[in-house]
Design a protein around this ligand. Structure first.
Ligand code: ARG
Length: 413
């Protein structure tokens, strides 16, 4: 059959079908115009290979879907903690964010949700990637994160004479509805809000709620009204429960979740994104990166409990997404969180689903990403060995394919 010039055939030894949980031997995947048109394995009907199709043969490799990190900050950089970040001009953050985007893609993350950046930088980086000027993952941008005056998502480091406030701060349901509309107007495809204090802000407590139930409801309702999903930063148990009740689609950090919170998340189908990799990085590198002692001290109070609660939520069968908060630790190391998720109670398949099929569902993008399946983007990662027995193979992808193009890694001719 005559093939469009943009047809591609991808072969490997094995493929993990995250939808069925089965391993497919000797998969042959055909894609056209960047989307998958057929997937067949050994022993099933022979695939129709369009004549003239490009080939990407990955003998000996195992394929998994392109990975999705639901919580990154491409414009943040862990090297510049505390006040050291003020040494740079504003556009520095966007410029180095471009490099972070490429690093993230090369690590196997073909889609990321960027849950907060200044200057609409995530929207700009996304546009530059889509126009082909720079290389990076598919980005679902939140632009500015919403929050309360003086809350975790406001500017909390500067004295009154340097008065600077985040343009996404609001202090009533009405103001916050307007903030949702403003972020969407300028490119946000997901709305992020800070429901509680956090670790890396000043004068906030992770355990303390910062937006009222009415404010949270206004944000989630307005986001949904515009057909956007809503993500809540929430460490404290009260803020977590309020954000679930308000209808947020994903809860991020989730550190101090209690039994009622786990029950509510399960009942509502709310996805939980625990960032349980970054603690060691902060505790070992934070001080030399300029992170203030008070922030390191908060990390000490959060990290261990968060992991114990991850285990509890995993055992209870809560729906998990892969959320790492890259930017707190170096971009590109995202896959290191898989091993921690397995250590704290997920099976390797569950951990992979958190970063593929579950993430896609939480994005409302199951028709696009999150599985090697007909109709979805041909976003595929090849690894050496079997990630279902050694999850750490995901830390070193040997090839990364985005939209049917090899974007990283050596490939046999
Ligand atoms: N952005 C989050 C905050 O500042 C990071 C929390 C990191 N710590 C952790 N244990 N997950 O609150």
């Amino acid at each position: 059959a005559a093939a469009p010039a943009d047809s591609v055939v991808i072969t490997a030894d094995r493929m993990i079908d995250v939808v069925t949980g089965k391993v497919i031997e000797r998969p042959v995947i055909v894609a056209a115009k960047g989307r998958i048109v057929s997937v067949v394995g050994e022993g099933t009907s022979r695939p129709v290979i369009p004549a003239g199709a490009r080939r990407i043969d990955l003998p000996g490799r195992t394929l998994v879907p392109g990975l999705i990190d639901m919580h990154v900050h491409l414009t943040s950089n862990p090297k510049y903690g505390g006040y050291s970040r003020y040494q740079f001009t504003d556009s520095f953050w966007t410029a180095q964010g471009v490099g972070n985007a490429e690093r993230t893609l090369r690590a196997g993350f073909t889609t990321v949700r960027n849950v907060g950046s200044d200057d609409y930088a995530d929207v700009g980086i996304k546009q530059a990637i889509e126009e082909g000027w720079v290389t990076g993952p598919r980005i679902v941008p939140a632009a500015y994160a919403l929050g309360a005056t003086g809350g975790h998502c406001d500017e909390t480091f500067l004295p009154p004479s340097y008065a600077k406030k985040s343009p996404a701060v609001g202090d009533s349901p009405e103001e916050l509805r307007r903030r949702v509309r403003e972020q969407r107007k300028y490119g946000a495809e997901i709305i992020k809000a800070c429901a509680t204090g956090g670790v890396f802000s000043r004068n906030t407590e992770p355990g303390v709620q910062q937006l009222s139930l009415d404010e949270l409801k206004a944000i989630a309702d307005e986001a949904h009204f515009w057909k956007l999903k809503a993500a809540a930063h929430a460490h404290g148990a009260d803020g977590i429960r309020a954000a679930i009740e308000a209808g947020f689609d994903t809860i991020e950090h989730v550190s101090f979740i209690d039994d009622a919170g786990i029950k509510a998340a399960k009942a509502k189908g709310t996805f939980l994104g625990f960032d349980i990799y970054n603690t060691e990085y902060t505790l070992s590198e934070g001080e030399k990166n300029g992170v203030l002692p008070e922030n390191i001290e908060k990390e000490r109070r959060v990290g261990t409990i968060q992991r114990e609660n991850f285990r509890k939520a995993a055992q209870a069968g809560a729906r998990m997404i892969f959320s790492t908060d890259a930017g707190i630790y170096p971009h590109g190391d995202n896959a290191r969180q898989f091993a921690v998720m397995v250590r704290y109670g997920l099976t390797p398949l569950q951990a992979i689903r958190a970063a593929t099929s579950n993430a896609a569902e939480a994005l409302g993008r199951s028709q696009d990403v999150g599985a090697i399946a007909v109709g979805r983007h041909a976003d595929i990662v090849a690894v050496e060995g079997d990630p279902l027995t050694d999850i750490r193979t995901l830390e070193k992808p040997v090839a990364v394919i985005k939209g049917g193009e090899v974007v990283a890694g050596a490939v046999a001719p």
